[in-house]
Design a protein around this ligand. Structure first.
Ligand code: COA
Length: 210
Protein backbone atom coordinates (compact mmCIF):
# COMPACT_ATOMS: atom_id res chain seq x y z
CA UNK A 1 0.00 0.00 0.00
CA UNK A 2 1.47 3.45 -0.94
CA UNK A 3 2.54 5.50 1.98
CA UNK A 4 0.51 8.68 2.48
CA UNK A 5 2.55 11.87 1.91
CA UNK A 6 4.14 13.19 5.02
CA UNK A 7 2.65 16.34 6.25
CA UNK A 8 4.61 19.01 7.90
CA UNK A 9 3.09 20.25 11.02
CA UNK A 10 4.51 23.70 10.62
CA UNK A 11 6.33 25.39 7.76
CA UNK A 12 10.14 25.24 8.03
CA UNK A 13 11.65 28.70 7.91
CA UNK A 14 14.72 29.01 5.65
CA UNK A 15 17.91 29.03 7.72
CA UNK A 16 19.03 32.56 7.97
CA UNK A 17 22.70 33.38 8.10
CA UNK A 18 23.85 35.50 10.95
CA UNK A 19 24.82 38.92 9.57
CA UNK A 20 28.60 39.45 9.51
CA UNK A 21 29.80 41.82 12.21
CA UNK A 22 30.75 45.22 10.79
CA UNK A 23 34.41 45.45 9.74
CA UNK A 24 36.54 47.86 11.71
CA UNK A 25 37.13 51.02 9.65
CA UNK A 26 40.62 51.11 8.17
CA UNK A 27 41.82 54.42 6.85
CA UNK A 28 43.66 54.32 3.49
CA UNK A 29 47.29 55.01 4.18
CA UNK A 30 48.82 57.45 1.74
CA UNK A 31 52.59 57.31 1.97
CA UNK A 32 54.09 60.48 3.33
CA UNK A 33 56.92 60.45 0.86
CA UNK A 34 55.72 58.80 -2.31
CA UNK A 35 59.05 59.39 -4.00
CA UNK A 36 60.96 57.54 -1.26
CA UNK A 37 58.59 54.58 -1.73
CA UNK A 38 58.85 54.62 -5.48
CA UNK A 39 62.62 54.74 -5.40
CA UNK A 40 62.98 52.11 -2.68
CA UNK A 41 65.01 49.08 -3.81
CA UNK A 42 62.83 46.52 -5.49
CA UNK A 43 59.86 48.80 -6.06
CA UNK A 44 58.18 48.23 -9.43
CA UNK A 45 55.52 50.63 -10.62
CA UNK A 46 53.23 50.30 -13.59
CA UNK A 47 53.37 54.09 -13.94
CA UNK A 48 56.64 55.37 -15.45
CA UNK A 49 58.52 57.96 -13.43
CA UNK A 50 58.36 61.48 -14.77
CA UNK A 51 61.72 63.16 -15.08
CA UNK A 52 62.43 66.78 -15.95
CA UNK A 53 65.58 68.74 -16.57
CA UNK A 54 66.06 72.25 -15.21
CA UNK A 55 68.90 73.74 -17.28
CA UNK A 56 70.75 76.98 -16.73
CA UNK A 57 74.12 78.55 -16.10
CA UNK A 58 73.44 79.10 -12.39
CA UNK A 59 76.35 81.51 -12.00
CA UNK A 60 75.43 81.49 -9.13
CA UNK A 61 72.15 79.85 -8.10
CA UNK A 62 69.64 82.25 -6.51
CA UNK A 63 66.51 81.82 -4.39
CA UNK A 64 64.58 82.47 -7.62
CA UNK A 65 66.06 79.31 -9.17
CA UNK A 66 65.37 77.36 -5.96
CA UNK A 67 61.76 78.53 -6.08
CA UNK A 68 61.40 77.16 -9.63
CA UNK A 69 63.06 73.93 -8.53
CA UNK A 70 60.73 73.41 -5.58
CA UNK A 71 57.74 73.77 -7.89
CA UNK A 72 59.26 71.33 -10.40
CA UNK A 73 60.03 68.86 -7.60
CA UNK A 74 56.33 68.83 -6.68
CA UNK A 75 55.27 68.19 -10.28
CA UNK A 76 57.83 65.56 -11.27
CA UNK A 77 59.13 62.37 -9.68
CA UNK A 78 62.70 63.35 -10.57
CA UNK A 79 64.31 66.69 -11.35
CA UNK A 80 67.84 67.06 -12.66
CA UNK A 81 69.47 70.46 -12.41
CA UNK A 82 71.68 70.67 -15.49
CA UNK A 83 74.47 73.19 -15.03
CA UNK A 84 75.62 74.39 -18.46
CA UNK A 85 79.34 74.88 -18.91
CA UNK A 86 78.34 78.14 -20.71
CA UNK A 87 81.89 79.13 -21.52
CA UNK A 88 80.50 81.83 -23.83
CA UNK A 89 78.89 83.62 -20.88
CA UNK A 90 82.26 83.90 -19.10
CA UNK A 91 80.98 82.61 -15.77
CA UNK A 92 82.55 83.76 -12.52
CA UNK A 93 82.51 80.26 -11.05
CA UNK A 94 83.62 77.00 -12.65
CA UNK A 95 80.90 74.45 -13.38
CA UNK A 96 82.14 72.30 -10.46
CA UNK A 97 81.92 75.28 -8.11
CA UNK A 98 78.40 76.05 -9.36
CA UNK A 99 77.30 72.45 -8.74
CA UNK A 100 78.85 72.50 -5.26
CA UNK A 101 76.98 75.74 -4.49
CA UNK A 102 73.63 74.30 -5.65
CA UNK A 103 73.77 71.03 -3.67
CA UNK A 104 73.19 72.46 -0.13
CA UNK A 105 70.40 74.72 -1.42
CA UNK A 106 68.42 71.75 -2.75
CA UNK A 107 69.17 69.29 0.08
CA UNK A 108 65.55 69.60 1.29
CA UNK A 109 64.29 68.30 -2.07
CA UNK A 110 65.03 64.55 -2.09
CA UNK A 111 64.09 64.04 -5.75
CA UNK A 112 66.51 66.66 -7.09
CA UNK A 113 69.98 65.85 -8.40
CA UNK A 114 72.59 68.20 -9.83
CA UNK A 115 74.98 67.62 -12.69
CA UNK A 116 76.80 69.48 -15.47
CA UNK A 117 76.32 69.30 -19.20
CA UNK A 118 77.86 70.69 -22.36
CA UNK A 119 76.68 70.62 -25.95
CA UNK A 120 73.05 70.59 -27.01
CA UNK A 121 70.49 70.58 -24.22
CA UNK A 122 68.13 68.27 -26.11
CA UNK A 123 70.88 65.67 -26.53
CA UNK A 124 71.58 65.76 -22.81
CA UNK A 125 67.83 65.43 -22.07
CA UNK A 126 67.45 62.41 -24.33
CA UNK A 127 70.54 60.76 -22.83
CA UNK A 128 68.97 61.27 -19.40
CA UNK A 129 65.64 59.86 -20.66
CA UNK A 130 63.90 63.03 -19.53
CA UNK A 131 60.28 63.79 -20.37
CA UNK A 132 60.46 67.56 -20.19
CA UNK A 133 62.53 70.69 -19.78
CA UNK A 134 61.38 73.07 -17.09
CA UNK A 135 62.02 76.80 -17.23
CA UNK A 136 61.04 79.74 -15.08
CA UNK A 137 59.22 82.77 -16.46
CA UNK A 138 59.95 85.70 -14.20
CA UNK A 139 58.37 88.46 -16.26
CA UNK A 140 57.00 89.16 -19.70
CA UNK A 141 60.50 90.14 -20.80
CA UNK A 142 61.62 86.49 -20.39
CA UNK A 143 58.90 85.28 -22.72
CA UNK A 144 60.39 85.95 -26.15
CA UNK A 145 63.74 84.33 -25.36
CA UNK A 146 62.06 81.35 -23.71
CA UNK A 147 59.54 80.99 -26.53
CA UNK A 148 62.29 80.89 -29.16
CA UNK A 149 64.37 78.47 -27.14
CA UNK A 150 61.41 76.14 -26.51
CA UNK A 151 60.49 76.12 -30.21
CA UNK A 152 64.09 75.50 -31.28
CA UNK A 153 64.40 72.65 -28.78
CA UNK A 154 61.13 71.18 -30.03
CA UNK A 155 62.36 71.45 -33.61
CA UNK A 156 65.51 69.56 -32.61
CA UNK A 157 63.65 66.94 -30.55
CA UNK A 158 59.87 66.73 -30.89
CA UNK A 159 59.49 64.20 -28.04
CA UNK A 160 60.62 66.79 -25.48
CA UNK A 161 58.17 69.27 -24.02
CA UNK A 162 59.14 72.55 -22.38
CA UNK A 163 57.07 73.55 -19.37
CA UNK A 164 57.11 76.96 -17.72
CA UNK A 165 56.54 77.81 -14.11
CA UNK A 166 56.33 81.24 -12.55
CA UNK A 167 58.59 81.83 -9.59
CA UNK A 168 57.30 83.84 -6.66
CA UNK A 169 56.92 87.50 -7.69
CA UNK A 170 59.46 88.53 -5.06
CA UNK A 171 62.11 87.02 -7.37
CA UNK A 172 60.85 88.62 -10.58
CA UNK A 173 63.75 91.05 -10.77
CA UNK A 174 66.51 88.71 -9.55
CA UNK A 175 69.24 87.56 -11.90
CA UNK A 176 72.65 86.07 -11.34
CA UNK A 177 74.30 89.07 -13.02
CA UNK A 178 72.54 91.56 -10.73
CA UNK A 179 73.42 89.52 -7.66
CA UNK A 180 77.08 89.44 -8.75
CA UNK A 181 77.07 93.21 -9.30
CA UNK A 182 75.63 93.87 -5.85
CA UNK A 183 78.15 91.48 -4.25
CA UNK A 184 81.06 92.99 -6.20
CA UNK A 185 80.43 96.39 -4.68
CA UNK A 186 79.93 95.01 -1.18
CA UNK A 187 76.11 95.04 -1.13
CA UNK A 188 74.06 92.62 0.91
CA UNK A 189 72.85 89.67 -1.18
CA UNK A 190 71.43 87.60 1.70
CA UNK A 191 67.88 88.21 0.43
CA UNK A 192 68.67 86.70 -2.97
CA UNK A 193 71.06 83.78 -2.45
CA UNK A 194 71.60 81.04 0.16
CA UNK A 195 74.31 81.70 2.79
CA UNK A 196 76.89 79.41 1.13
CA UNK A 197 76.51 81.33 -2.15
CA UNK A 198 76.77 84.69 -0.38
CA UNK A 199 80.02 83.49 1.24
CA UNK A 200 81.39 82.26 -2.11
CA UNK A 201 80.56 85.63 -3.73
CA UNK A 202 82.21 87.48 -0.87
CA UNK A 203 85.43 85.52 -1.24
CA UNK A 204 85.33 85.77 -5.06
CA UNK A 205 85.18 89.57 -4.81
CA UNK A 206 87.49 89.91 -1.82
CA UNK A 207 89.95 92.77 -2.52
CA UNK A 208 93.05 90.70 -1.72
CA UNK A 209 91.99 87.82 -4.01
CA UNK A 210 94.84 86.76 -6.32
N1 COA B 1 65.32 83.36 -10.60
C1 COA B 1 66.35 84.18 -10.70
N2 COA B 1 67.06 84.35 -11.83
C2 COA B 1 66.70 83.65 -12.89
C3 COA B 1 65.62 82.76 -12.86
C4 COA B 1 64.91 82.64 -11.64
N3 COA B 1 63.88 81.83 -11.54
N4 COA B 1 65.50 82.20 -14.07
C5 COA B 1 66.46 82.72 -14.83
N5 COA B 1 67.19 83.59 -14.12
C6 COA B 1 68.29 84.42 -14.58
C7 COA B 1 69.58 83.67 -14.51
O1 COA B 1 70.22 83.88 -13.28
C8 COA B 1 70.33 84.30 -15.66
O2 COA B 1 70.94 85.47 -15.23
P1 COA B 1 72.26 86.00 -15.95
O3 COA B 1 71.97 86.13 -17.40
O4 COA B 1 72.45 87.28 -15.27
O5 COA B 1 73.32 84.98 -15.66
C9 COA B 1 69.28 84.72 -16.65
O6 COA B 1 68.08 84.74 -15.92
C10 COA B 1 69.13 83.74 -17.76
O7 COA B 1 69.23 82.49 -17.19
P2 COA B 1 68.68 81.22 -17.88
O8 COA B 1 67.35 81.52 -18.42
O9 COA B 1 68.76 80.08 -16.97
O10 COA B 1 69.64 81.10 -19.08
P3 COA B 1 71.04 80.64 -19.03
O11 COA B 1 71.79 81.50 -19.95
O12 COA B 1 71.57 80.57 -17.64
O13 COA B 1 70.88 79.16 -19.60
C11 COA B 1 70.71 77.51 -21.28
C12 COA B 1 70.46 78.95 -20.89
C13 COA B 1 71.98 76.96 -20.70
C14 COA B 1 69.56 76.66 -20.77
C15 COA B 1 70.73 77.46 -22.81
O14 COA B 1 71.66 78.39 -23.26
C16 COA B 1 71.07 76.11 -23.34
O15 COA B 1 70.23 75.24 -23.40
N6 COA B 1 72.34 75.92 -23.72
C17 COA B 1 72.82 74.66 -24.26
C18 COA B 1 73.06 74.75 -25.76
C19 COA B 1 71.81 74.55 -26.51
O16 COA B 1 71.18 73.52 -26.49
N7 COA B 1 71.42 75.59 -27.22
C20 COA B 1 70.20 75.62 -27.95
C21 COA B 1 69.11 76.13 -27.10
S1 COA B 1 67.73 76.53 -28.10
Amino acid sequence: MPRPPRRCKRPVAPRLRKPAPPRPHRARVIPQNLFARRTAPGFRSAVPMRHCIYPGTFDPITYGHIDVLSRAARLFDRVTVAVAESAGKGPLFTSEQRVAMIVPGVAHLPNVTVTTFSGLLVEFCMAQQADAIIRGLRALSDFEFEFNMALMNRHLESRLETLFVMPNEQFSYTSSTLVKQVAKFGGDVAHFVPPNVAAALKSAFAPNRT
